[in-house]
Design a protein around this ligand. Structure first.
Ligand code: ZN
Ligand code: ZN
Length: 276
């Protein structure tokens, strides 16, 4: 049956094969990169020997999970807890016994929802471990190299459990999505954005890019459109794809101001006005 190889650069797991895949489609894409040393592969068994997962509660009902030492892109998955079951937002490659025990102890998973292909990693393993459907937007179907248990959703939004809704944005990828968690931030609302909307290191600004490592911007019309979609629902905070990328107050104003600054620079009207 062979091994289910994992790309060490992006964490994507492939169907079992006797030999490693010839290439990783995600890393060969113009938005990503194959490292200087060439494509390398690992397996879950190997990964479990040298890595483990760390957990951080970001606020009541929201727990971040990421692998240490850092692996692949270094993203975190976010566990949203609701009275109707837990939702895992985005995914990380390492799934081990401790992680499964801890999440089972918290009630397991009702669903796994993905922002975009850079975090597909081992979605099939996570879905199987918790008997949970994996929700991927139809616009990114071509990037899902493993599809067992994957549900492709279409349209502009989809309820996952009561109070938790997937919202399609596009931009970085055709199917790029965000998750709106209405009861988060004491009922003021939370957005989980992956890197559809990237929370920046100052925790006060966000960005919108076609490619982050290769620094390709999005058109002004797309930036304005995505900011508008994000702000169509009430929210206070945004939690991004990486440790400490948390924008904890004034979410809509900060998204709008970030979008306006971005668009102004694209259009040659940028100013050095300080971030408020
Ligand atoms: Zn890859
Ligand atoms: Zn990405």
């Amino acid at each position: 049956m062979g091994a289910a190889y994992i790309c060490t650069t992006c964490g994507l797991q492939f169907p079992p094969s006797d030999n490693p895949p010839a290439r990783c489609p995600i890393c060969s894409d113009y938005r990503q990169f194959v490292p200087r040393g060439g494509q390398r592969w690992t397996t879950l068994e190997e990964l479990r020997r040298e890595h483990r997962n760390a957990f951080q509660q970001l606020e009541p009902g929201l727990i971040a999970i990421a692998t240490t030492p850092e692996f692949a892109i270094g993203e975190r998955a976010l566990l949203v807890r609701t009275p109707d079951g837990n939702v895992l937002w985005d995914c990380i490659a390492l799934i081990d016994d401790a992680t499964i025990e801890i999440i089972r102890g918290l009630g397991g998973l009702r669903a796994i929802a993905l922002s975009h292909p850079h975090y597909y990693t081992t979605i099939v393993e996570w879905g199987r471990a918790f008997g949970a459907p994996v929700l991927v937007h139809e616009g990114d179907r071509e990037w899902a190299v493993r599809r067992e248990g994957v549900t492709f959703w279409t349209g502009e939004s989809r309820d996952v459990v009561p109070g938790v809704r997937l919202v399609h944005c596009g931009g970085h990828f055709s199917g790029s999505a965000i998750l709106h968690w209405a009861p988060g931030a004491d009922g003021r609302g939370v957005l989980l954005t992956g890197d559809t909307i990237q929370v920046l290191p100052d925790n006060r600004q966000v960005s919108f890019m076609r490619s982050y490592p290769n620094m390709i911007p999005l058109p002004a019309s797309e930036v304005t459109r995505i900011a508008g979609i994000a702000c169509a629902r009430p929210f206070e905070r945004i939690y991004g794809a990486f440790w400490d990328r948390d924008l904890t107050s004034d979410g809509p104003r900060r998204v709008q101001e970030s979008a306006e600054r971005y668009v102004a620079w694209l259009n040659g009207r940028g100013t050095d006005a300080p971030v408020s």
